[in-house]
Design a protein around this ligand. Structure first.
Ligand code: HEM
Length: 258
């Protein structure tokens, strides 16, 4: 949403990591090491082992491999066949290839447990990684705090953020008064009903009546600042909301002290 104050993406805020040559000292170092992407394609992948077939002589896009380059398309020579070969028990590898419907393309069955870096919602932590990192010391569970429940209010149809954006750009008068006023605190106090609600944010006076049914936090919450300065409550609730932009069509004046 354009009225939400933009913030730096997470990667831009990240602190520089310690030298990659230094040995891993902390949990963070270990986690960083785990983030190193694997080579692509994987060293033992099928993609590497099956080089493209020789291109026709007239293909201009085909570059012949240098004579010294190893060719992955040729399988290593099989060992000389002994007379007892047919009696040999099949190896585990042979069984995997023969039994799998995908042949040697099938991923190996994982026997490792997915690490959770010691972070969980509570209770006993028995992840392998956590045990290793803590080195047998008392386990410290990092609790992921449950996000505070949001006081979302169901807005009536036609009162979404998009509808508000449409209304403010429609040219309709949302001020209710003509011209830019100098407004005293006494005058401000008189406008404290839903049909006629003024409020002050950052020294500027706004007619908040048109915005009431559009407020995602509900009309009642917004009415708490009717007839008075709402800056503090606004900032405590959602300082990231770009009020200046959202309510620019509702601005009616400046508050004067005295
Ligand atoms: C006229 C000024 C205000 C504007 C333009 C405004 C705008 C908004 C917007 C855009 C949201 C959605 C924010 C989001 O989802 O991240 C919101 C939510 C909310 N607002 Fe306001 N607001 C104003 C004043 C206030 C005031 C004065 C209060 C408190 C008394 C308040 C209480 C809330 C609450 C409780 C929510 C729900 C927060 C949530 O979803 O977690 N707002 N408001």
């Amino acid at each position: 949403m354009s009225w939400l104050v933009p913030s730096l993406p997470t990667w831009a805020r990240a602190t520089p990591s310690s030298s990659s040559s230094a040995p891993a000292q902390s949990t963070e170092d270990v986690v960083e090491d785990l983030d190193v992407p694997p080579p692509f394609p994987l060293l033992n992948s099928h993609q590497r082992s099956s080089a493209p077939a020789a291109a026709p002589a007239h293909d201009p896009t085909h570059t012949p491999a240098p004579a010294s380059a190893p060719s992955f398309s040729i399988a290593p020579p099989s060992p000389p066949k002994s007379p007892h070969d047919d009696e040999d028990e099949p190896t585990e590898l042979n069984i995997a290839i023969v039994d799998s419907p995908l042949g040697d393309m099938a991923p190996p069955v994982s026997t490792t447990k997915k690490p959770n870096f010691g972070i969980q919602k509570g209770g006993e932590d028995n992840s392998t990684l956590n045990l290793t990192l803590n080195g047998g010391q008392k386990k410290e569970n990092v609790l992921v705090k449950e996000k505070k429940k949001r006081a979302k209010v169901a807005l009536t149809p036609g009162h979404s953020a998009l509808d508000w954006a449409r209304l403010t750009s429609s040219g309709e008068d949302l001020r209710g008064i003509i011209g830019f006023q100098r407004i005293t605190i006494a005058q401000l106090k008189e406008h404290n009903t839903p049909d006629d609600a003024w409020s002050v944010f950052n020294g500027m006076v706004y007619n908040i009546t048109p915005y009431l049914p559009f407020h995602p936090g509900g009309e009642d919450e917004l009415m708490r600042v009717a007839g008075r300065d709402g800056t503090k409550l606004f900032m405590l609730t959602h300082s990231w909301v770009n009020l200046d932009f959202m309510l620019k069509e509702c601005m009616i004046g400046v508050l004067i002290r005295g």
